[in-house]
Design a protein around this ligand. Structure first.
Ligand code: HAM
Length: 426
């Protein structure tokens, strides 16, 4: 029997790690640039937090949570999204008394029991950012600008930012009434999911992908046409901010999000080649969530970006991120020399030079073949003569050049000195 990874999960192999490190670095550096501090919350939380925060009637809560009961009888859920836990921590640690805005970011695993497919996993990693305490649209613009900076640092090109405003508690009820009234006479033409959404989460009707539902959606009322004055003003101001930052966007009146806590601004970012995988990020404003979780009313806005999808898109765009290799391989010929391998490795490592070597019976050729396959720059070869004279044969693998160098300072200098390529005349 051979064990395999669970459906919808990924192994990040050593050759994939450089991509991972590249984008995690991009996340940390862009967050730092915008003054966001990192927060880490537990992988699981009480199930009630997500039900309360995200809302019943959403696929995430109704169908996709990894929920379980502990031996002690607690109902817990593996984090299906990052915002509710951060708001829980914000309240639990009294961050409401800090000076606003509180800017937080995270890079965490997320668990969703979704149908796996290209770019859709049951465990993925999100870079998320939340700006808490500012109602003004400038905070929305800052959050979008942070996401934009992140994509730029990753090297992703050709992205499309889609933007909408889904109203607030003042204008949304009238919109939902209009949407329901429109659908009431068309329900028998709509798919089964739409009929369910009509009952439980009508705004999600706009997000149906079933072809026969498209003509119905095209004719349906759109949230942007029902905005109250305050929402409209917020939306206009956000667009002006984005223009002033030269961040291109497209208004998408059909844009709604899968999570229930959004008010006003919603946005999603799409790659140029869509395939089966979709958004490389999404977010919006959620001015009622903190209150919903028991805090005093506090506006907030944020985003989540799936790192695996970023890697897929970088690869699709042909971007290569080089893997780092050890600098030097220590090879030994003969028994006495083999005793010097570990001390020499230690010497090199204490000078911060990454060094590898294997002590076994294989011959020099096999050791150098391995050095080659590991992508190291140098081999240090130890034999009886080298041991007797306190030197090594330092071989530069790219050109095959070799020189006898004394161990200690001269060896370190030779390795650390910038390598000047000698061009050979033919
Ligand atoms: P979300 O749109 O559900 O938002 O997820 C954010 C991003 O995570 C998506 O745009 C996508 O890149 C990635 N993602 C989502 N599901 C998967 C999956 N199954 N496999 C791979 N990647 C996936 C949120 O979760 C909100 N908490 C974002 C937010 C923060 N809104 C305000 N603040």
């Amino acid at each position: 029997m051979q064990f395999r990874r669970a459906t919808g999960t990924l192994d990040v192999l050593p050759e994939d790690q450089p991509y991972r490190q590249h984008i995690e670095r991009a996340a940390m550096e862009s967050a730092r640039l915008f003054g966001f501090d990192r927060i880490s919350t537990p992988t699981f939380e009480s199930t009630a937090l997500f039900v309360r925060g995200v809302g019943e009637g959403t696929d995430l809560i109704d169908k996709e949570m990894y929920s379980f009961e502990t031996k002690g009888g607690d109902a817990l859920t593996l984090r299906p999204e990052g915002t509710a836990p951060v708001m829980r921590a914000f309240l639990e640690h009294g961050m409401q008394s800090r000076s606003m805005p509180v800017r937080l970011y995270y890079v965490v695993p997320i668990y969703r029991h979704d149908r796996p497919g290209a770019g859709r996993y049951r465990e993925h990693t999100q870079f998320g950012a939340e700006c808490i305490g500012i109602a003004d649209s400038s905070a929305d613009a800052e959050v979008v600008a942070l996401a934009w900076e992140f994509y730029r640092r990753c090297g992703l090109e050709g992205l499309e930012l889609q933007l909408s405003n889904i109203g607030d508690e003042v204008c949304r009820p009238a919109y939902v009434t209009a949407l329901r009234a429109y659908y009431a006479s068309r329900l028998d033409l709509a798919c089964a999911t739409c009929r369910e959404r009509y009952e439980r989460n009508p705004i999600r009707l706009l997000d149906c992908k079933v072809p026969t539902c498209q003509p119905i959606i095209d004719g349906a009322p759109k949230p942007m046409d029902y905005l109250c004055d305050a929402c409209k003003e917020h939306f206009d101001a956000l667009q002006a901010h984005l223009r002033s930052l030269a961040i291109p966007f497209r208004l998408n009146p059909r844009l709604v999000r899968g999570l229930g806590y959004y008010t006003r601004t919603v946005f999603e970012v799409y790659p140029p080649i869509r395939g089966a995988q979709s958004a490389v990020g999404g977010g919006g404003r959620y001015d009622r969530l903190i209150e919903e979780l028991g805090g005093k009313p506090t506006p907030a806005v944020g985003f989540g970006i799936g790192l695996e999808r970023i890697i897929l898109n970088l690869r699709e765009q042909g971007m290569k991120v080089a893997q780092e290799h050890p600098t030097i391989y220590v090879a030994a010929v003969g028994e006495p020399a083999r005793h010097h391998v570990l001390p020499l490795l230690q010497e090199l490592r204490s000078a911060d030079i990454s060094a590898v070597g294997v002590i076994d019976q294989r011959g020099l050729k096999a050791q150098l073949r391995q050095a080659d396959s590991l992508g190291v720059t140098y081999a240090a070869i130890l034999g009886d003569d080298e041991i007797a004279t306190g030197t090594v044969q330092l071989k530069y693998l790219k050109s095959g050049e070799q020189q006898n160098v004394a161990r200690g300072g001269p060896l370190l200098d030779a390795i650390l000195a910038p390598k000047v390529e000698t061009t050979r005349s033919s």
